[in-house]
Each structure stands twice: as structure tokens, then as C-alpha cells.
Design a protein around this ligand. Structure first.
Ligand SMILES: [Ca+2]
Length: 157
């Protein structure tokens, strides 16, 4: 009986952790959340429900988005939406560029965070996508992870 109660509590806790955050809907370019230079946002990404962020620098810039998945066991990925509005494909394992690869590139840190560097032209906006990969095939609830995302001026290419 105690064991069953424990499972019930765990199930409810797990189910409750998959609620959407206040930034939704932000699933396409038209509804991307604004992310200003120097700003950090905390959010939840859910399997099948990507989160998009748009940044418009005041001049042509190289920007660096920093993504930190903060969920206990979950992961998240970050990618740049192309000028055609199409999101990149995300394999299960993170795609990590070499540090001197041409931009845009994603550098994977040993702590599980990611830096996405990209050039943004004068007067243009850049849109990035945060994605939850399907890491488990037999979970009771959709996978999700909490994360923080920030953007700052990046390194000179
Ligand atoms: Ca979303």
C-alpha cells in the first residue's frame, strides 16, 4: 500500500511538471518570444512543443545564445531558424561544432550547456529554437526540461 501511494505521488509530481510555461504559444516564427541582448529567460520545453526566441540587435552583430538545460535528467537542444523559417533537424545526440567552425555553430560544453554563435545582419532579426529530444520511448508523460536561455554579443568570427 505504501509502495502504491509512493508511485501515485511520483506519477502526479511527474505529470504536474509538464505544464506549459507563460511564454506559450511560442512555437513558430510569428509567435517567437522576444529575447533582448543581455536578457535571460527561464522556461520549459516539452516534447513536440518547441520554443522560439527572436532577437534584433541594433547593428550587425555576432550573437551568442547560451542554453542551460536545468532539468534533473532531461536535455534540450538549440538551433538557428534559417531565413526560410525552417527549423534545423535535431538528432538524439547533440550536434557539436568544433570551436573554429564557420558560423552558425553550436559549441557543447562539458556541463551540458550550449553556445550558439551566429551573425545577424543590420536591421535583421535572428530566431533560435529550443527543442526537447525524444530521449525515452516508454514514458508515462511527455518529456520536458526546464532551461534558461540568454543572448549576448558573441565572439568576432
Ligand atoms: Ca513552445
Amino acid at each position: 500500500m505504501i509502495r502504491h501511494s509512493l508511485f501515485l505521488v511520483l506519477f502526479i509530481l511527474t505529470a504536474c511538471s509538464v505544464s506549459e510555461d507563460s511564454l506559450e504559444p511560442n512555437d513558430d516564427v510569428a509567435h517567437a518570444t522576444s529575447l533582448a541582448l543581455g536578457e535571460t529567460r527561464e522556461a520549459i520545453v516539452i516534447l513536440g512543443n518547441d520554443d522560439l526566441y527572436t532577437t534584433t540587435p541594433s547593428s550587425a552583430s555576432t550573437l551568442r545564445w547560451h542554453l542551460v538545460p536545468t532539468g534533473r535528467e532531461r536535455e534540450a537542444r538549440i538551433g538557428l531558424i534559417g531565413a526560410d523559417g525552417v527549423a534545423p533537424t535535431f538528432p538524439l545526440e547533440p550536434v557539436c561544432s568544433s570551436p573554429d567552425a564557420p558560423l552558425p555553430r553550436v559549441n557543447c560544453a562539458s556541463d551540458g550547456s550550449f553556445d550558439l554563435d551566429a551573425v545577424v545582419a543590420e536591421g535583421e532579426s535572428a530566431v533560435v529554437v529550443v527543442h526537447q529530444p525524444a530521449l525515452c520511448t516508454d514514458c508515462f508523460t511527455p518529456e520536458s526540461t526546464t532551461y534558461t536561455i540568454s543572448v549576448n554579443t558573441g565572439p568576432t568570427p
